[in-house]
Design a protein. Structure first.
Length: 417
C-alpha cells in the first residue's frame, strides 16, 4: 500500500496550480509558537533517539532528486511562461488590441501558477537559496520585506536607458512586485513620505500608467526567469563547478558537511518556515494573536497577498510543500522524514504528523473565501486553520526534533501563542 497523503510527482504541481486558480475564482485565498523550553528543544533529561542504521544518504538523495529539484525546475518553467504571458499582455495594451482583457487574465493566471509552486519551494530553502543572507531567495520573492512605494519609483526609473534591475534592491522586484503591478487596481502611487513620490506619476493618464506598470512587470518577469535559472545552475552545477545537489547527496564526503546528519539537519531547518512564517507571520499576525497594524485585532492590512488575494492559497501550498518533504514522494519506496521517524522508533509521531497535515490541508482547501474576507467576516475559521497548523509545528519542534536528534533552528526556539 502506498503511503498516505502522497502526491503524484508528475501531477502534484499542476494539482496545486489548479487549486490556486480555483481558489482565486471562487474566493481568492489567503490563510503560532510558545515559550522556549524543554518541550520544544532537545530536552537534556530525555536523550534523543537516533537510529544510526537508517540510510540518511538515501533520504537526501530521494529528496534532492524527487522533490526539491523538481520543484525548482517546475518553478523555472512557470517563470518563463509568466514572462511570455506578461509580454503578450503588454503588447496587447500598447496596440489597444480587442483581446487585451483576456491577455491580462492570462498574465494574472500565470502569476498564480508560478506563485503556487514557489510557495512549495519556500519550505525547501537550503544551500544556494539561503547563502548571503538569502540574497537569491529574496530576488525571487522578498516577502515580508516588500515596498509598494519602491516599486512605484522603479516603474518610472525603469523608463530611463540607464536603469539596471540587477542593481536594484529585492523589495523592488520578484513575485511580490509582479503581484502589485498586475493586480493593484489603484493607479496612483503609494508613496506617503514627502520627496519619495515618482515624479509626475499622478499627472499621467490612466492608460499610460497601466502600460508603464506592465512594461516594468515584463522587466521584472525577465529578471525572475534569470534568477530561477541561477538557482537551477547552482543546484545542477557546471562543467567547472559541482552543483549543490551533488554536495547534498554526498554529504559527509565533502567539506560542506562534516557528516550526513548535518545535511539532514539543514533540510530539516527549511521545514521550520511553516512555523515562523506560515503559522506566525501569515496567520497569527493578521489574526491578531500577535500585535499587528490594528493592535491585537484581525487586520487585513497584514495579509501576505493584499492585491491578488492569494494568501490562503499560499498557506495551503506551504503545507503541501512540507508534506512533500515529510513523505518524500508518492510511493511506498519513497524515502521521507516519516520513514526516518519510524526507523527511529517514533511511529506514533510519524502517524500523528501525517494525520495533522491531512487535517489542516483538507480544512483549508474547503474554505471558499479569501483570507481578507475571513478576517472581516469569519475570523474563527482563520483561528481554526492556525490551531490545526500549530499541532503540526508543535510536533515538529518537539517529538520530530528529539526523535531524530536534530537541532531546532534559532528562529523557532520559542513559541509565543
Amino acid at each position: 500500500m502506498a503511503k498516505p497523503l502522497r502526491f503524484n510527482l508528475i501531477n502534484w504541481t499542476m494539482t496545486s496550480i489548479l487549486l490556486a486558480v480555483t481558489a482565486s475564482i471562487s474566493g481568492c485565498g489567503e490563510s503560532t509558537s510558545s515559550t522556549q523550553g524543554s518541550q520544544f528543544a532537545n530536552d537534556p533529561t530525555t536523550p534523543p533517539v537516533n537510529n544510526e542504521d537508517f540510510n540518511q544518504t538515501l533520504l537526501l538523495q530521494n529528496l534532492t532528486d524527487n522533490v526539491i529539484l523538481p520543484t525548482y525546475s517546475k518553478f523555472a518553467e512557470l517563470a518563463a511562461e509568466q514572462e511570455n504571458a506578461i509580454a503578450l499582455y503588454c503588447d496587447a495594451l500598447s496596440t489597444q488590441a480587442d483581446d487585451t482583457e483576456d491577455k491580462q487574465t492570462l498574465a494574472k493566471q500565470s502569476w498564480r501558477e508560478a506563485m503556487a509552486v514557489w510557495q512549495m519551494a519556500e519550505v525547501m530553502q537550503i544551500g544556494p537559496l539561503i547563502e548571503n543572507n538569502s540574497a537569491l531567495r529574496n530576488k525571487i520573492y522578498s516577502w515580508p520585506n516588500t515596498s509598494s512605494c519602491a516599486i512605484d519609483q522603479d516603474v518610472v526609473l525603469a523608463e530611463q536607458d540607464s536603469y539596471d534591475i540587477n542593481t536594484r534592491t529585492a523589495s523592488r522586484k520578484g513575485l511580490d512586485a509582479i503581484e502589485y503591478l498586475l493586480f493593484n487596481p489603484v493607479l496612483s502611487h503609494s508613496c506617503t513620505v514627502f520627496g519619495t513620490e515618482p515624479e509626475g506619476w499622478n499627472n499621467r493618464p490612466d492608460s499610460e500608467k497601466t502600460e508603464a506598470r506592465c512594461q516594468f512587470a515584463k522587466l521584472v518577469a525577465t529578471d525572475l526567469v534569470s534568477n530561477s535559472q541561477t538557482l537551477l545552475t547552482a543546484w545542477n552545477g557546471t562543467a567547472s563547478a559541482e552543483g549543490y545537489a551533488d554536495i547534498l547527496k554526498n554529504a559527509g564526503q565533502n567539506t560542506t558537511f562534516n557528516n550526513v546528519h548535518d545535511a539532514v539537519n539543514d533540510v530539516s531547518d527549511g521545514l521550520f518556515y511553516i512555523d515562523t512564517f506560515t503559522k506566525d507571520a501569515k496567520l497569527a499576525t493578521p489574526l491578531g494573536v500577535f500585535a499587528n497594524d490594528c493592535g491585537l485585532a484581525p487586520c487585513v492590512q497584514n495579509v501576505e497577498s493584499p492585491f491578488a488575494f492569494n494568501s490562503l492559497q499560499n498557506i495551503i501550498n506551504n503545507i503541501q510543500g512540507l508534506n512533500l518533504i515529510f513523505l518524500g514522494g508518492e510511493t511506498e519506496a519513497s524515502v521521507g522524514f516519516d520513514d526516518y521517524l519510524i526507523d527511529a522508533g517514533a511511529t506514533e509521531t510519524a502517524q500523528q504528523m501525517r494525520t495533522d497535515l491531512n487535517e489542516v490541508s483538507e480544512f483549508a482547501l474547503g474554505i471558499q473565501k479569501s483570507l481578507t474576507e475571513l478576517l472581516e467576516q469569519d475570523p474563527e475559521q482563520v483561528q481554526q486553520v492556525h490551531d490545526q497548523l500549530k499541532k503540526v509545528t508543535d510536533n515538529l519542534k518537539n517529538d520530530f526534533i528529539q526523535s531524530l536528534a536534530l537541532e531546532l533552528p534559532a528562529t523557532s526556539a520559542g513559541d509565543n501563542d
